[in-house]
Write a protein that binds this ligand. Structure first.
Ligand code: 5AD
Ligand code: SF4
Length: 449
């Protein structure tokens, strides 16, 4: 048997992207080829998301698509990630062509598991936990970008918001030791990466079992110590996502004030603008608390871009309660908003509540909120016109080969015309035009980093 090729498709959040990079690193180190093509690979692994029902359905659609699209020999199909963890054995029944199920804790064991399946074992399943001895390792070639690296700092979630499946699919919170994170960031800097994004379901709940790596750094919480430690590596840009409102300490803003390389963007999901709904969601914050957090963010030295998530149509949400969400959105002036229709997830406490909001009403609320946000966002984006911003040049713009694209420190997409040699550099651009989701600008001489 020659070298087998594996194609991995990733759905969902950055954590899944990081897990794909991790699985690919293992597989290549153990003698597999990684392939970009689903048409010819011997093995196809689907790294799946279960946050909403639609995301989950995609997996099963994709399995049947693969089966019909592939001509000739069928690939070995495996399911990884959140759906694998939650559904386990049941996947073999729903999709009999799946032969391998690898849960979120089993990513590092992918080679052995795949080896068993290729060796003829009919169904291979591992949904047990990650072992502490399994070293976290991602090689440069497997990173999703040559310039930006995702660095997980905490996995799992202990919050148990009543609608959310993540505590079940990703397990309890586990924080990586800070010295390992810092070493990784230093290595990334040496390799030429310009930006790291510290990722986790709730990065600011970061709480490692040991202090290693944080001893020299000030901070009101382990997370704000970590921010200062990572900033001190002198990597040009540090972003972090997602932050949990209840655990958002003002010291995070202080750290951003102190360190230029801590980027001026915070993603702080509020989910709803009504206290009864927030309590039913078990979010641990009230509207007033949230407004207090964003007041501290808005008092920062630099203008910090604030983005958020909203769920519309949570069970029992009345029109008046939804109006409160519209009111909050007007007050917050978010620079970006991800809106989701409530989707019932089996096993979560909210699944026991009668789902009183009809699909049509959810759609109505979704569109009303989107409409409002678009008009507010247009103003926010327009206020950048005339400003000089720093952008990390990531590549050609999706629309035109004449333009380059990248993200600003405040995480906005910015397109501009310039020499492609600048890809991978951080440059200054003057904003000339604002669209609803992106900015257009003009390069200001030379690169900064
Ligand atoms: N239904 C709809 N949206 C959800 N989210 C999480 N669980 C659900 C659900 N059951 C949203 C939240 C979260 C984002 C990642 O997904 O807004 O912040
Ligand atoms: Fe889900 Fe809440 Fe945890 Fe976020 S904090 S992952 S919404 S349970």
């Amino acid at each position: 048997m020659g070298r087998q090729s594996v194609h991995i498709e990733t759905f969902g959040c950055q954590m899944n992207v990081a897990d794909t990079e991790r699985a690919a690193t293992r597989l290549r180190a153990d003698g597999f080829d990684l392939s970009d093509s689903a048409d010819s690979a011997d093995v196809i692994l689907l790294n799946t998301c279960s946050i909403r029902e639609k995301a989950e359905q995609k997996v099963f659609q994709r399995v049947s698509e693969i089966k019909t699209e592939r001509v000739g020999r069928q690939p070995l199909i495996g399911v990884m990630g959140c759906v694998a963890q939650l559904e386990g054995e049941a996947i073999f029944k729903t999709s009999p062509s799946v032969r391998l199920v690898i849960g979120t804790g089993a990513t590092d064991r992918v080679t052995d598991l795949l080896g068993r399946a290729l060796g003829g074992e009919r169904r291979v399943l591992d949904i047990s936990e990650r072992k502490a001895s399994e070293a976290y390792e991602i090689s440069r070639v497997e990173r999703h970008s040559d310039h930006i690296a995702f660095v997980p700092i905490i996995e799992g979630c202990n919050k148990f918001c009543t609608y959310c499946i993540v505590p079940f699919s990703r397990g309890r919170e586990r924080s990586r030791v800070a010295s390992d994170i810092i070493e990784e960031v230093k290595r990334l800097r040496e390799e030429g990466f310009k930006e790291v994004q510290l990722i986790g379901q709730n990065v600011n709940s970061y709480r490692p079992k040991v202090e290693n790596g944080l001893e020299r750094f000030e901070g009101a919480t382990p997370f704000s110590k970590l921010l200062r430690a990572v900033a001190s590596t002198k990597i040009p840009r540090v972003k972090f996502t997602t932050s949990f409102p209840r655990d958002f300490h003002a010291d995070i803003v202080k750290a951003i004030d102190e360190h230029e390389n801590l980027c001026n963007w915070v993603h702080l999901p509020v989910q709803a603008g009504n206290d009864r709904i927030l309590r039913a969601m078990r979010r641990g914050h009230k509207v007033k608390d949230y407004l207090g957090k964003i007041a501290s963010i808005k008092s920062a030295r630099r203008r910090i871009a604030l983005t958020s998530d909203i769920i519309v149509g949570f069970p029992g949400e009345t029109s008046a309660e939804f109006e409160d969400t519209l009111k909050l959105i007007r007050e917050c002036q978010f620079h970006g908003l991800y809106i989701f229709k409530y989707s019932e997830r089996r096993r979560t406490p909210a699944a026991k509540l009668p789902d009183t909001v009809s699909e049509d009403e959810k759609t109505f609320r979704f569109l009303a909120l989107e409409d409002l946000q678009m008009s507010l966002q247009r103003e926010v984006f327009q206020s950048y016109i005339g400003e000089a911003v720093e952008v990390l040049v990531e590549g050609y713009s999706a629309r035109s080969r004449d333009d380059l694209t990248g993200h600003t420190t405040c995480n906005k997409v910015l397109n501009f015309r310039a020499d492609p040699d600048l890809i991978g550099r951080i440059v200054k651009v003057k904003v000339r035009e604002a669209k609803t989701h992106s900015l257009y600008g003009e390069i200001l001489g030379g690169d900064c980093v």
